[in-house]
Design a protein around this ligand. Structure first.
Ligand SMILES: Nc1ncnc2c1ncn2[C@@H]1O[C@H](COP(=O)(O)OP(=O)(O)O)[C@@H](O)[C@H]1O
Ligand SMILES: [Mg+2]
Length: 511
């Protein structure tokens, strides 16, 4: 008798259904075909132990298991459960007439309990699409899968529960999570709120502009100035995620196995990798490809604290994904793509010794050291940062002022209004949602200047010795400032403010 059981394989953020065919014959043996990797080949040992510890056994027959489609590489130990069920049904140890209506995934421990899997959300989405009735998976992952409506999702602790279900015993109930309820379960007060930050009005204004136009930003200031504190609060003023964005981001975290029993992520992620991070951990990859930090930050914020401390080649590998808003990882037999659309926030000290423009502190770095420090971040990455702002520590009187500053919720209202104007502006451009994404052609179309603004920009370019690359950046940021003013036209005041946000282009910084 040929038994079919269904599992699933995840590539990138999409799943493909895998058919596990089990055939029993006379003789003794365990043959696994269909491009399984070593972890799957070792399944026979785990399955044998798990069965034995549950009063069952690997039958004394020749077991042939085929995993189809054969050309697709299957990885990891999460096929233990479907293989075990297939063997039990194939050897008549259990009766499971309905088994073909379910997708089954989970790694078995030797005692028959189940270990968590990765990619439960994409697997559930696929199972629903293909008309499966339900999905069995380890309890640890049940919430992320249960947000898929119209699929019976069963979180199970061990093999026995699955057997009991198929044999009509037990009381297993599907987990039901209403996506909309989960989605609107927003926190009234964000964990990190701008109202905690004393003073720093001009920096907050600057971050409001960055959030409004989706502009990447670098904060330059001495240790303790509040750079990290400010960066952490950026997600709280970005517009709330749409349901589509929430699903996209949740999928990536599901594939990375990092959801920690959350159903749907409805808050924008904030990722802050340490500067010693490897290329693979930052952009994704590995022999079993996994999403990197830039994809974990999808639809949220990636914070590179102490930017010049990152290895240059690590920053280099980010360049393409930053441009494409996705990262492609190629292996000999397959290619996977992970989305990586995030806002970049970087921070740096003004000099390797930490202090440069603080009059109360001596600058102990030599010009040579300064140049080396700056050269580490110049070029491709810095080219993609629209806004540079210097952060000076707030004086003590302001720190001790206990008047509450404006809350993130208030700031976010203005940001959202400015984003709405941008959505209308870019209605005809499916790949553009906010000002930072404009290319040169669109900048010319949407950032036309009046005579007075033109003159102002020209004078500033000359006087401050601004680079040519600063020009487009200033126009984009001015467009965003105008949007915050609900002004169709960019006026000289908008240009004047945008010019201020190019600290690193001025003489003496990047040399
Ligand atoms: N403007 C501010 N308002 C309130 N607290 C501040 C402010 N600036 C700095 N701090 C305090 O100083 C600490 C250090 O700031 P941090 O953000 O780590 O500085 P940096 O990242 O620039 O070195 C913060 O955790 C916060 O407690
Ligand atoms: Mg810091």
């Amino acid at each position: 008798m040929l038994i079919k059981v269904y599992g699933s394989a995840v590539f990138g953020v999409e799943a493909t259904t895998i058919t596990v065919e089990v055939h029993m014959d006379k003789g003794i043996g365990y043959h696994l075909v269909g491009l399984p990797d070593n972890a799957i080949k070792e399944s026979s040992f785990r399955i044998a132990a798990a069965l034995k510890n549950n009063g069952l056994s690997l039958p004394g027959k020749k077991i042939t298991i085929n995993m189809a489609p054969a050309d697709l590489r299957k990885e990891g130990s999460a096929y233990d459960l479907p293989l075990a069920i297939g063997i039990l049904v194939g050897s008549d140890q259990i009766k499971a007439p309905e088994v073909e209506q379910y997708v089954i995934m989970g790694e078995l421990s030797l005692d028959g309990s189940l270990q968590s899997i990765t990619g439960a959300l994409p697997i559930a989405i696929k199972a629903k699409e293909e008309g499966f009735k339900g999905f069995f998976l380890p309890k640890q992952n049940v919430k992320e899968a249960a947000i898929v409506a119209g699929l019976d999702v069963y979180g199970v602790e061990n093999l026995q529960e699955v057997i009991d279900f198929f044999e009509g015993r037990g009381t297993l109930e599907p987990t039901v999570i209403d996506t909309r309820t989960e989605f609107y379960k927003t926190l009234d007060f964000p964990e990190f709120d701008f109202s905690d930050v004393r003073g720093q009005e001009s920096i907050k204004r600057c971050m409001e502009i960055a959030a409004s136009g989706g502009h990447n930003i670098i904060l330059i200031g001495p240790p303790g100035a509040g750079k990290t504190m400010l960066a952490k609060r950026l997600p709280s003023i970005l517009p709330p995620m749409t349901l589509r964005e929430a699903l996209e981001t949740t999928k990536i975290h599901s594939v990375a196995g990092k959801l920690k029993e959350v159903g749907l992520m409805n808050q924008r992620p904030f990722r802050s990798p340490h500067h010693t991070i490897s290329n693979v951990a930052l952009v994704g990859g590995g022999s079993y490809p996994q999403p990197g930090e830039i994809s974990m930050a999808h639809n949220g914020v990636l914070f590179l604290d102490e930017l010049p401390e990152f290895k240059r080649d690590v920053l280099e590998v980010m360049r393409q994904p930053l441009e494409d808003r996705e990262v492609t990882i190629s292996r000999a037999k397959f290619t996977v793509t992970y989305p990586s659309s995030f806002m970049l926030v970087a921070s740096m000290n003004p000099s390797p010794s930490g202090f440069f423009n603080d009059p109360s502190m001596p600058n102990t770095s030599s010009p040579h050291e300064m140049q080396r420090y700056m050269s580490k971040i110049s070029g491709p990455l810095l080219d993609r940062i629209d806004i540079h702002i210097e952060v000076t520590p707030v004086p003590f009187e302001k720190l001790s002022d206990d008047r509450k500053a404006e809350s993130s919720v208030e700031i976010r209202k203005r940001v959202t209004a400015a984003r709405e104007l941008q959505s209308l502006r870019f209605e005809a451009f499916p790949n553009i949602h906010y000002n930072a994404q404009m290319n040169t052609k669109q900048i010319r179309e949407f950032c036309a200047l009046d005579e007075q603004s033109k003159q102002l920009l020209k004078t500033a370019m000359e006087r401050l010795n601004l680079s040519a690359r600063a020009y487009d950046r200033i126009l984009k940021v001015a467009r965003t400032i105008a949007d915050l003013d609900a002004s169709p036209q960019i006026i000289p005041g908008h240009i004047a403010e945008a010019i201020q946000y190019r600290s690193l282009d001025r003489d003496g910084w990047l040399g």
